[in-house]
Design a protein around this ligand. Structure first.
Ligand code: HEM
Ligand SMILES: *[C@@H]1O[C@H](CO)[C@@H](O)[C@H](O)[C@H]1NC(C)=O
Ligand SMILES: *[C@@H]1O[C@H](CO)[C@@H](O)[C@H](O)[C@H]1NC(C)=O
Length: 333
């Protein structure tokens, strides 16, 4: 009798607590600190590698942020964009036109090498990408956020999977629909597009916006008249389409709300960003972050951006025993 009472009073709360602890009820979900036992230095290894690369080339930060987005939007955040083997196979996802110009693969490879040396077979490439993007935002003076990890790497790389990505000349309704199909809202579309607060675009993506807008010749009327000559001289008609210019005029290395101000005043470089101010619902969202009272009473751009990044990082993830943990990020095991 005494023993059983003791048993109940001592162990019952413990059993209950275990049953309610996230690890027990959700073995197959992402969680913050997923590697805290299996590879305690995982997050610090990734951040020190990103920091090291950024010291010699700060533009790598924008590249890594974009790389994580391109991973997630195609077949979920599963590292599929990283696959390079078998070499020469034309049907690899990486060779898709929509992925043209992606950079930063060597950063992921370096982090993976160091992680394999410390904890072989533990940290997925999809998580390395997500962590590198998180660190890139922070190192650009953006918000730091806790990132749920535990993604597993996918075993498919198929070029046609990238066919349906959001594209720069698509209408705002199509962009919204494509985000919605991945569980992301119009709010997320605005916030995540604001990732263009860092980085650059090739003139390639401005050609039709400047010289043949909507197939009618001429330029996009939403470009601020004082910005148009600047764009035309940076990207002259018939010029080199590989020349690069800031997505966020005047503030391309610092994570800040300047991109939203630029979008509001007709200084967005690319059409998909400009359209965020042409559509009434997304315009209201842009305006809400620029309200003079927003820094005091919200909505808060930095923290909402971080929340959107976490949501994007959950798209189609594989967890538990699904997929694999690649030993080499550019090849399946
Ligand atoms: C509506 C969807 C989007 C479209 C149409 C779009 C389009 C583009 C284009 C055309 C470029 C220039 C690429 C180049 O010339 O190399 C670019 C760059 C970039 N994108 Fe997006 N993007 C979208 C969403 C996102 C999202 C959701 C993120 C991240 C959360 C992101 C992050 C970036 C970054 C950081 C760059 C700069 C890359 C660099 O400087 O190397 N984009 N994007
Ligand atoms: C790639 O995906 C397309 C469209 O879903 C499919 O028809 C094709 O068979 C796939 N290719 C490979 C090599 O699996
Ligand atoms: C990873 O795989 C790629 C492609 O097969 C190969 O070129 C590279 O040397 C490998 N890296 C390591 C560290 O084994």
């Amino acid at each position: 009798m005494a023993i059983s009472t003791t048993f109940r009073s001592i162990f019952w709360p413990y059993i209950l607590a275990m049953a309610l602890t996230p690890q027990w009820v959700s073995l197959a979900q992402l969680q913050v600190g997923f590697y805290s036992n299996s590879c305690p230095n995982a997050e610090s290894i990734v951040s020190s590698v990103v920091r090291e690369f950024a010291q010699s080339d700060v533009t790598i930060l924008a590249a890594l942020l974009r790389l994580h987005y391109h991973d997630c939007i195609v077949q979920g955040c599963d590292g599929s964009v990283l696959i390079q083997q078998p070499a020469g196979a034309g049907n690899l996802e990486k060779s898709a036109q929509n992925h043209a110009g992606l950079r930063g693969f060597e950063v992921i490879d370096r982090a993976k090498e160091q992680l394999e040396a410390q904890c072989p077979g533990v940290v997925s490439c999809a998580d390395i990408l997500a962590l590198a993007a998180r660190d890139s935002v922070f190192l650009s003076r953006g918000p730091f956020y806790e990132l749920p990890t535990g993604r597993r790497d996918g075993r498919v790389s198929n070029v046609s999977d990238a066919d349906n990505m959001p594209e720069v000349h698509e209408s705002i309704d199509v962009l919204k629909a494509k985000f919605a199909a991945k569980g992301l809202s119009g709010n997320d579309l605005v916030l995540l597009s604001a990732a263009h607060t860092i980085g650059t675009t090739a003139c390639f993506f401005l050609e039709s916006r400047l010289y043949n807008f909507g197939g009618r010749g001429g330029s996009d009327p939403s470009i601020n008249p004082s910005f148009l000559p600047e764009l035309e001289s940076q990207c002259p008609q018939g010029g080199d389409v590989n020349v690069r210019l800031p997505l966020d005029r005047g503030s391309e290395t610092v994570f800040d709300a300047q991109i939203l101000r630029n979008i509001r005043s007709g200084f967005a470089a690319i059409e998909s960003d400009a359209q965020l101010y042409a559509d009434p619902s997304t315009r209201a969202i842009v305006d809400s972050y620029l309200d003079p009272l927003s820094p005091l009473f919200g909505p808060f751009f930095r923290s909402d951006f971080a929340d959107s990044m976490v949501r994007m990082g959950r798209i189609g993830v594989r967890t538990g025993v699904d997929g694999e943990v690649r030993r080499n990020c550019s090849a399946f095991n």
